[in-house]
Design a protein around this ligand. Structure first.
Ligand SMILES: Nc1ncnc2c1ncn2[C@@H]1O[C@H](COP(=O)(O)OP(=O)(O)OP(=O)(O)O)[C@@H](O)[C@H]1O
Ligand SMILES: [Mg+2]
Length: 315
């Protein structure tokens, strides 16, 4: 079974009581790549992942994992090759890290010797050997997530799926998590992760799938995605409040492509941002807007998101 695509997702749909959370999503994950699903809260990322892990049943569509169809009662085969790190931490807080790992290793049926070696190897990999005997209640969120990753790796999965691996994580843990993911990937593990933070996608992923309102709206390498935006810059303006006609006046300015307003914040996508800055500030102040800060940025994933959806990724 040496298909180049280890996961295939075709026209996937998931409805919750009539609400469409995943709306006809198709993509493939190549063997050995790190693929990121990037999208805002509620985009449908966790739902897609739960279906891939056989936790949720799709309403329609087809998913194959290493050639196994998820609908065809192949759950056990699929679970053997997938390691899952859920968005919510699922560990025993009154046990130590070593005890948690031992508990789960026993569920996987590891022998005592294999279990001990694996536990120590994984504690070292996530950088928590010294803290291994401490109860998890005293761990930071980032440390707990690192143990959750270690648990997901106990059975040597070919595919590691992580739901928001760096959300609510301190910078030190975040670096450890990135290093762990990269190291596993170098050793041949295919990685699928979800995130609503563009740094995760930019720093870690070979390809990025952008998801919004249940739909996959773009999938490419970072460079490929940035090329879609072209030469546009983005200007972020923070104010005390914006009148609707102010946004309209900004839209009328030459080279402005898109304007989105969220409370007192405005994001303006435009060509030649630097040259246009003075004119933008003029328009804002002459309409009585009190500008608190203004920032100009070169194209990045956030610009792309705005370009594709007309709304900001980061609120
Ligand atoms: N069990 C459920 N019943 C009803 N609606 C649900 C259920 N689970 C998720 N949803 C809805 O489906 C949509 C997608 O949710 P999902 O958790 O997949 O989003 P997400 O992209 O993972 O978001 P986040 O970044 O907040 O984790 C949301 O609108 C959510 O409210
Ligand atoms: Mg989620």
């Amino acid at each position: 079974m040496n298909d180049e695509n280890i996961i295939r997702v075709k026209k996937l749909v998931k409805r919750y009581n009539g609400f469409t959370a995943v709306d006809g999503v198709s993509f493939d994950i190549r063997r050995g790549e790190i693929l990121g699903l990037l999208g805002p809260n509620g985009a449908g990322k966790s739902t897609i992942i739960s279906i891939l892990c056989c936790i949720l049943k799709p309403t329609s569509g087809r998913v194959t994992i290493n050639g196994f169809d998820i609908e065809k009662k192949k759950k056990n085969e699929i679970k053997k090759i997938i390691g899952v790190v859920p968005q919510e931490i699922s560990l025993y807080h009154t046990l130590s890290a070593r005890e948690n790992l031992t508990f789960y290793a026993k569920i996987y049926g590891l022998s005592d010797k294999a279990l001990k070696e694996k536990t120590e190897f994984l504690l070292d990999m996530v950088g928590l050997t010294d803290r291994g005997d401490d109860m998890l209640e005293g761990y930071s969120g980032g440390m707990k997530r690192r143990i959750n990753i270690a648990v997901a790796l106990l059975h040597d999965p070919e595919i590691l799926i992580l739901d928001e691996p760096s959300t609510g994580v301190d910078p030190q843990s975040r670096k450890r998590i990135y290093d762990t993911i990269r190291k596993l990937n170098q050793n041949g593990v295919t990685v699928l992760l979800t995130t609503h933070q563009m740094e995760d996608a930019e720093d870690l992923c070979d390809r990025i799938a952008i998801v919004d309102k249940g739909k996959l709206i773009a999938l490419d390498t970072l460079q490929g995605l940035l090329d879609m935006v072209g030469q546009s810059d983005i200007i972020h303006v923070m104010t005390k409040g914006i009148q609707p006609d102010t946004a309209e006046s900004i839209r009328q300015i030459d080279t402005v492509e898109k304007v989105s307003v969220d409370g007192g914040n405005m994001a303006i996508q435009l060509v030649h941002g630097r040259e246009m800055l003075a004119g933008i500030i003029d328009t804002l102040t002459s309409s009585g807007t009190r500008v608190e800060s203004i920032q100009i940025k070169e194209p990045d994933l956030e610009t792309l998101f705005l370009h594709l959806t007309g709304t900001a990724l980061r609120k």
